[in-house]
Design a protein around this ligand. Sequence first.
Ligand SMILES: O=C(O)CCC(=O)C(=O)O
Length: 272
Amino acid sequence: MQTFNGNKNMDCNDFILSHAQLANYDELGFLHSIPILSAEEVRRFRVAVDQTCEAIGGRVTRLDGPHLYFQWAWELSTHPRVLDCMEQLIGPNILLKSTRLFYKFGRSASFVGWHQDGITERVDQAFVPAIWLGLTEATAENGCLRVVPRSHRLGLVPHADRPNPNNLTTQGLTAQVDIDSPHDIVMREGEMSLHHPLILHASNPNDSAESRIGFSATYSTPALTASRTAVAWVRGHGPKDCFTIVEQPPQRSLEDAIAAYRAGNHQMLFAE
Ligand SMILES: O=C(O)CCC(=O)C(=O)O
């Protein structure tokens, strides 16, 4: 199977994804509703996320690179079950490339325009997949992720800047293609979806009364040769000379982490 990369570290009892799921990922370009977090973990991570957002101030709707500063984001992106799934997808040597928090308040106009992560990640190869992990349920009403099945077969499509204060994509980057039969990724809290870097995806505004919160992260095999942001080898190993390497998890106090995050010049978006 194309995505199954001959794991040497994992015992066959450890596998979370079935062969049928991996085949589906290859065929459709995504997979969803993979149980990752317990109810207690969801509660704990939500408290930490809310503390961080409150400390930053304003109505935070997107934070880029939180794993470099905040323990909760590091723990989410290196959660053993997440990495076990990633290992099944791309093999035993796993690099953490980037992370994002998407926080859509209840009844907020924030949306995510149609895009491919390959555009912003500057990679169009299957070895750079992403996860989306829900800290709340994700429904059609609260603006769950939507994908165009099989769109990973289109290659990189043209994107244009469509600045809009409510669009949470980087610089409002929006795919210039007709969107055909999108699929809503409806999931329970604590569940995860996996995405090919070329899958077209987006999300609508949150029409529900409650917040919709998701954490996304992008990984790679050792095939990656450059990255604009610092990376971490989170399982196995690989080259260190072409990147800025994060050697250890963030350990700062919340106050120091916020100050360092602000100084780090990462994309931070706020709801109007
Ligand atoms: O959370 C969302 O609605 C969008 C997430 C997304 O576009 C991404 O992770 O690339």
